[in-house]
Design a protein around this ligand. Structure first.
Ligand code: CO
Length: 178
């Protein structure tokens, strides 16, 4: 697994995080390796979710583990070519962070439940009704596939609170190659 842990994390404000994502068409061994690599990177970075663009992959895929616990692989999930078909329930605020925005935390408002259609790593079509923390993770990761980041959903107060962390990320950003 050492090789796949090397999937680099893409940090804000890298434009890769804003790029359009394409559907996955091949459900093969290479995809299984991508999934493993993304999970390894997520755990190494102490996250509970990770989307393709965050490792420079402009594809419609994200992984998550609601406990962020590598000792509980039975909680590992992958959703490929997902489509949120319903959002419902109360819109609640909850603090969110993002591996691509280290040091940035904000109260983000989201509907507390959603329905999502996706394919699993084997290409099987599935539909799930989610609520609570898992619904929140899934909506956060789904945002990444749409090029949306928590900075776009922050309240003005949180933008102010995170101003120096965001300025630091901008200052540290080095465009990689042509
Ligand atoms: Co994120």
């Amino acid at each position: 697994m050492t090789e796949s842990t090397e999937l680099p994390l893409v940090l804000f404000p890298d434009p890769v995080l804003r790029r359009e994502t394409a559907p996955i068409t091949e459900f093969d061994e290479a995809l299984a390796e991508v999934v493993e690599g993304m999970l390894a990177r997520m755990f190494a970075s102490k996250g509970v979710g990770l989307a393709g663009p965050q490792v420079g992959l402009s594809r419609r895929i994200f992984v998550f583990n609601p406990e962020g616990d590598p000792a509980k692989p039975e909680l590992n999930r992958v959703m490929i070519n997902p489509l949120i078909t319903r959002r419902g329930g109360k819109r609640t605020f909850h603090e969110e962070g993002c591996l691509s925005l280290p040091g940035v935390y904000a109260e983000i408002q989201r509907p507390e439940s959603c329905t999502i259609e996706y394919r699993d790593a084997a290409g099987t079509a599935r539909t799930e009704e989610l609520e609570g923390f898992v619904a929140r993770i899934v909506q956060h990761e789904y945002d990444h596939l749409e090029g949306v980041l928590i900075v776009d959903r922050m309240t003005p107060a949180d933008k102010l609170r995170n101003r120096s962390a965001l300025a630091e990320l901008r200052a540290q950003y080095e465009p990689s190659g042509p």
